[in-house]
Design a binder for this molecule. Structure first.
Ligand code: ZN
Length: 255
């Protein structure tokens, strides 16, 4: 068993339970998953099928970054091969199998300043991600605190098969976002699937998730009035989000 970084492990467990609170309608049963960087070479991720709301350390598996990052460049793998690779990436051979979404967690945790990742399937956000409004929810902002907590824009990922294909598409769309906006995303929206919040702390992951839910509820409510929703202008969003960070772009893209 690797010696766990108890601080980041405890903070990850607390974040998982916060995201799994039933009344928040972010994830039920085995839905959703969370992760945290353990050290430069490994990270903790929720085991396949574990329940976020009642997560204990037995429901987390430590994995090597390099083993999973290598999969992102593979063009074709069978489900069996992916399963074998997930099992082989564990630091402890007796630990449970990591979630198949561990592959995108590995990639996102390599971005500068990202230490925690939370992926959920919120009812309010999925209500819009299952309509043609999904892309608008990612691209536009409707109130100032949404910009503060969710960033000037979210990454939008068209529907992909969960697992390796989804992880590859997330990497491609996130790299395109960083090239265009020169800053890290706080939020990634997955068409017909859910959201991913990423940040330096569990608090920022939780804040982005809850604010994304609020924004989705407001946009759904605005659409239900029958009037055209009024979005913030690009200048208003930029005023709150501040200037792009060139340094970040270089670091994130390895330039
Ligand atoms: Zn999912």
């Amino acid at each position: 068993m690797p010696s766990p970084d108890s601080t980041s492990l405890d903070r990850l467990l607390d974040l998982s339970r916060q995201l799994g609170r039933e009344e928040r309608k972010l994830a039920i049963l085995g839905e959703g998953n969370t992760s945290a960087r353990q050290d430069a070479a490994s990270f903790w991720v929720k085991a396949s099928g574990a329940n976020l709301g009642g997560l204990s350390s037995a429901g987390l598996t430590a994995c090597r970054f390099n083993d999973l990052l290598a999969l992102l460049d593979r063009s074709k793998m069978t489900d069996f091969e992916v399963d074998e690779a997930l099992l082989a990436a564990r630091l402890d051979r007796t630990a449970k199998k990591p979630s198949v979404e561990a592959i995108f967690h590995a990639y996102l945790l390599t971005l500068p300043e990202v230490n925690f990742v939370g992926h959920t399937h919120p009812v309010a956000v999925n209500t819009l991600l299952c309509t043609a409004m999904g892309r608008t929810l990612a691209r536009r902002r409707i109130f100032p605190d949404e910009v503060v907590c969710c960033g000037a824009e979210s990454v939008y990922v068209p529907y992909s098969d969960p697992g390796l294909k989804l992880a590859q598409r997330i990497r491609a769309e996130t790299q395109a976002y960083i090239r265009r906006l020169a800053r890290p995303p706080r939020l990634i929206l997955l068409e017909n699937h859910g959201l991913i919040a990423l940040g330096s702390s569990p608090e920022s992951v939780l804040a982005s998730t809850l604010m994304a839910v609020k924004a989705a509820e407001i946009l759904s409510g605005a659409l239900a009035t029958g009037a055209r929703p009024r979005f913030l202008t690009a200048a208003q969003v930029l005023r709150i989000a501040g200037r792009p960070d060139e340094h970040y772009r270089q670091k994130a893209l390895g330039l």
